[in-house]
Write a protein that binds this ligand. Structure first.
Ligand code: URP
Ligand code: ZN
Ligand code: ZN
Length: 459
């Protein structure tokens, strides 16, 4: 073996056991009892947990916004992934109106080139709903991008799809082996509340959640689930925030609708009281953070399988970028940092608190995102022959979350000050140790663009 991880607590979807993992030529070559494998290189993982590398299927690195950009580019973002046990991330192409999907894809791939530390892919965000875009979809799926993001809101940005556009894309992805993902919020409900708040002079960041109430998500979800039922098209819900939404997804799956849902750590760990705090502007994201009762229902959904995945929606803006517009909630750049804190936060708040098992954590952070987006079983599993993408963490090492202990560039994390467990000790990507106890051992540019092909049988 080239590399053997010795005496780890090996966590998979189907169980947890102590043993060794053998890696040859970048692939998982053997899993066996402790002491049975020999390697040219060896890692002593006593006391540590080894699991399939985390797949963060929702990041926005180097996202241009007005005259500026997100705090993390592909290099710092993927470096943070590396330190957080994330071995694959999926970012987005957001089509510029008037551009072809192919041109925007090429441009986005050029932005990532030579910068990334871990493997990555891109979802295709369609914003220009015309024949040229529709005709490009089958070709985009064929080149290994089977997932699309369509916005049911964001009319001001010019991204919003009509119901007719939604149906058109759903039918095309259904017929070509793809999946349509949605940002599910009802724009006209948001417009009404935004107008009312502004008319009353309520423009501070504190009013951001009031402008996008829970029922704007629930209404949009009901509508899109109905369209998924009619078209029999696979559907993925990005960044689910409401307990009622989780219930609707579960009910739809019960009816045979092919729908999967993702939630994010901030919707699980935080609640709307963050917006009453002095630094509440730092938490402005879309959809907003909801109520404790919502997160409890979503945690339950993760444990029983009615919510399938967790991703971060990493979209990091610096404290200064956020603060500049704190008196105008409509202008605050929206999004939170998170790719590096994903594993430790979910381990601490999910597994350690007894809300989900370690096996379920492997499902929702690794195996399920790989299945939903066409990476499984080569990624998201420790199956023999899979890419040796592995996160190894110390479940007992405790630290206080802060920007000082992370590499993300926003200058804050949404979980600052929180007691956290599950410090990542090693990250292994295609058999290479890329992060070793705080040291980045490989250069940026080694991460590969991964073509993805969905297997409809997985979901
Ligand atoms: O506030 C957020 N989530 N910003 C990123 C864009 C999106 O809708 O995912
Ligand atoms: Zn979104
Ligand atoms: Zn996003």
């Amino acid at each position: 073996m080239n590399l053997v991880i010795k005496n780890a607590k090996i966590a998979s979807e189907s169980g947890v056991f102590a043993g060794d993992i053998g890696i040859r030529d970048g692939k998982i070559a053997a899993i066996s009892q402790f002491g049975t494998l020999k390697g040219e290189e060896e890692i002593d993982a006593s006391g540590l947990i080894a699991m399939p590398g985390v797949i963060d299927a929702h990041t926005h690195f180097e996202l241009p916004i007005m005259d500026s950009c997100t705090a993390d580019d592909f290099e710092s973002g993927s470096k943070a992934c590396c330190a957080g046990g994330v071995t694959t991330f999926i970012d987005f192409v957001t089509q510029t109106k008037g551009h072809s999907l192919f041109d925007d894809l090429t441009e986005r791939m050029a932005m990532a080139e030579n910068k990334v530390y871990v493997d990555y892919s891109l979802h295709m965000g369609i914003t220009d709903f015309n024949q040229e875009s529709f005709q490009a979809i089958p070709e985009i799926v064929k080149i290994g991008i089977p997932s699309f993001k369509i916005f049911m809101a964001y009319s001001k940005e010019g991204w919003m799809a009509s119901e007719g556009d939604l149906v058109e894309v759903m039918e095309i992805v259904r017929d070509n082996g793809g999946v349509m993902g949605v940002h599910a919020e009802n724009q006209s409900i948001i417009d009404k509340h935004t107008y009312d708040l502004i008319s009353q002079g309520k423009t501070s960041y504190k009013y951001h959640p009031k402008s996008r109430p829970h029922y704007s998500e629930i209404e949009a979800l009901r509508r899109i689930l109905y369209l998924a039922e009619l078209t029999r098209s696979p559907l993925h819900i990005f960044h689910l925030t409401t307990g009622e939404g989780a219930r609707l997804v579960s009910e739809a799956r019960g009816k045979g609708i092919q729908v999967t849902a993702e939630t994010c750590p901030h919707y699980l760990v935080l609640d709307e009281s963050v917006y009453s705090s002095e630094k509440g502007y730092l938490y402005v994201c879309c959809p907003p953070i909801r109520f404790r009762s919502d997160s409890e229902v979503i945690w339950r959904g993760l444990e029983i399988g009615s919510v399938q995945s967790i991703a971060t929606d990493h979209c990091s803006f610096s404290v200064a970028q956020k603060k500049e517009f704190c008196d105008d909630f409509t202008q605050i750049p929206r999004g939170l940092p998170g790719c590096e804190t994903l594993l430790s936060t979910i381990y601490t708040r999910g597994v350690k608190k007894g809300r989900i098992s370690l096996e379920r954590m492997v499902s929702v952070l690794s195996a399920n995102p790989a299945r939903i987006f066409g990476l499984y079983p080569n990624k998201g599993s420790l199956n023999i022959g899979a890419d040796a993408d592995i996160a190894i963490f110390d479940p007992n090492e405790e630290f206080i979350m802060s920007p000082e202990v992370t590499h993300m560039k926003a200058g804050y994390t949404p979980f600052d000050g929180k007691r956290t467990f599950g410090s990542v000790k090693y990250t292994i990507s295609r058999g290479e140790v890329i992060y070793d106890n705080g040291v980045f051992t490989k250069e940026p540019g080694r991460g590969k663009f991964i073509q993805r092909f969905r297997n409809p049988e997985f979901f």
